[in-house]
Design a protein around this ligand. Structure first.
Ligand SMILES: [Zn+2]
Length: 301
């Protein structure tokens, strides 16, 4: 998602290479052969920050490298109070709120312009264009999600990646101010997917599902489905009717090139459409076309 923004701001003047490619988990990514060359060759290194990239080899490298720019931390320093905290930890998944992710653009423009002043005007223009486009999509996603009746607007996914999405797009009026938006999202796994659930984790989710009469569980493209399968099983024992959504959401990674989620904005729009089509299936939207190959892997439960 960082790469996508840098490419759009940099345009033809910048060669951007993503370090973490495909559907790998950015939380635990460790440097592999060839990464050293990419990183030492780079003029600038942009990363998401806020504790996202905490792999034992990558994290210290980024911290000590003067070329490395943590976009999330810069946004946080510029404007306090935007971040969500989970058990005292900063939630790094800020790309899930398009308007929040758009706040990283000025820092990309600034860094590129400082290193390449001759194209500063272009970076500025590209940044402003992208910002407008993102603000537009932010409204679009909000309108899409608000088609879902408020008593059905609850999201449960594999890991704790969708809090910003819930706050921005699922909350009802007044809930952001009161903090009540938090009930709109829950996940069995924590801020980083660790695939280990305690009995307490499972109980907490089951209680949540019962309380808000939630029926759908959404898998994520780059996270194992083991946890949500366990929840479905535990729910069955409690007499709950739970179903795993046909198509995974994009959480911490965009989709493969050519997929519905192969750009930052496409991934967020895909998530919104997928959530809408499950939580409010009767709506007359061209949703059916997106899910024409429903349950391709036979994983519906
Ligand atoms: Zn994550």
């Amino acid at each position: 998602m960082v790469d996508d923004l840098v490419k759009q701001v940099g345009g033809e003047h910048v060669d951007a290479i993503p370090l973490i490619q495909g559907e790998l988990d950015p939380h635990s990514y460790e440097l592999v052969k060839g990464d050293d060359e990419k990183l030492s060759f780079a003029t600038l290194i942009f990363y998401s920050g806020l504790g996202l990239e905490h792999g034992a080899s990558l994290h210290p490298y980024l911290l000590k490298n003067p070329k490395a720019i943590s976009l999330g931390d810069l946004v946080d320093q510029e404007e306090r109070g935007l971040l969500i905290h989970v058990h005292g930890q900063k939630d790094p998944h800020i790309w899930m709120d398009i308007s929040l992710w758009a706040k990283t653009i000025p820092f990309i423009v600034r860094a590129l312009s400082a290193h390449d002043p001759s194209h500063a005007d272009d970076y500025q223009t590209n940044g402003e264009y992208l910002h407008k486009e993102m603000e537009r999509k932010h409204q679009e996603v909000k309108e899409t999600m608000h088609q879902i009746p408020v008593n059905k607007r609850y999201l449960v996914t594999s890991h704790d990646a969708f809090s910003y999405f819930a706050r921005a797009y699922l909350s009802a009026e007044g809930e952001v101010e009161s903090g009540e938006w938090k009930k709109r999202f829950a996940a069995p796994e924590g801020l980083a997917p660790e695939s280990q659930l305690s009995v307490t984790d499972i109980k907490a989710i089951i209680t949540h599902l019962k309380r808000y009469q939630i029926h759908w569980l959404f898998p994520e493209s780059n996270v194992s489905r083991d946890s949500i399968r366990k929840i479905v099983q535990a729910g069955k024992e409690e007499g709950l009717d739970l179903t795993i959504a046909c198509c995974p959401l994009y959480g911490d990674a965009m989709g493969q090139r050519g997929s519905e989620g192969d750009s930052y904005l496409k991934m967020i729009l895909w998530n919104a459409q997928t959530i809408l089509s499950h939580l409010h299936p009767n709506i007359e939207e061209p949703m059916a076309t997106i899910h024409s190959e429903s349950d391709p892997k036979g994983e519906k439960e």
